[in-house]
Design a protein around this ligand. Structure first.
Ligand SMILES: [Fe+2]
Ligand SMILES: [Fe+2]
Length: 172
């Protein structure tokens, strides 16, 4: 979208395509951001969670490309302003100095915002696909939705183990 055009939605198909183009842009941006998050993480579990989710994210980009093909469109990016903002906050955490454990918690806080945003986006897109009768597409979107939910769960587990370690130190 730029200053001289506005979105035009005449059908749910139009809106669905817009949503997929937005997700495609968001995932492409994430494939550039996640390596920096992995590098910045100190905790090996967190580093490995970011690396694993980078590989999943690369698969998700290819999955979206298959979805474009399934609906007879070519892969197109629609700038995702929200993901740009979330990644910008993530890069503030990547560049932060101070206690590395607290910095890990900051990276998790930024990453979980990303996962929740993706869960919202894919949940909506999956439901639109179901309404449109695009059953294969809905199945593909559900796979990504499950991966995003799992990534979020792993981040919660790492965050909780980090809090537990801190609590043990406090009692020592
Ligand atoms: Fe993703
Ligand atoms: Fe994700």
């Amino acid at each position: 979208m730029n200053l001289f055009t506005s979105k035009e939605f005449n059908s749910l198909e139009d809106l669905f395509l817009d949503q997929i183009e937005d997700l495609y842009d968001a995932e492409k941006r994430l494939t550039e951001a996640l390596p920096k998050m992995a590098e910045a993480a100190q905790n090996p579990e967190l580093k490995s969670a970011f690396q694993t989710h980078l590989r999943e994210t690369e698969d998700q980009v290819r999955r979206l490309e298959r979805i474009f093909t399934l609906i007879g469109k070519s892969p197109t990016r629609e700038t995702c302003a929200a993901m740009k903002g979330l990644i910008s906050e993530g890069s503030d955490m990547v560049n932060a100095t101070g206690d590395p454990n607290v910095k890990d918690a900051a990276l998790i806080a930024a990453a979980q915002r990303v996962e929740h945003y993706e869960i919202a986006g894919y949940g909506t897109a999956r439901t639109f696909a179901q309404h449109l009768g695009y059953n294969n597409v809905a199945d593909e979107l559900q796979k990504t939705l499950d991966e995003e939910g799992n990534a979020n769960k792993i981040l919660t587990e790492v965050a909780e183990s980090y809090v537990n370690v801190k609590a043990q130190h406090a009692h020592a």
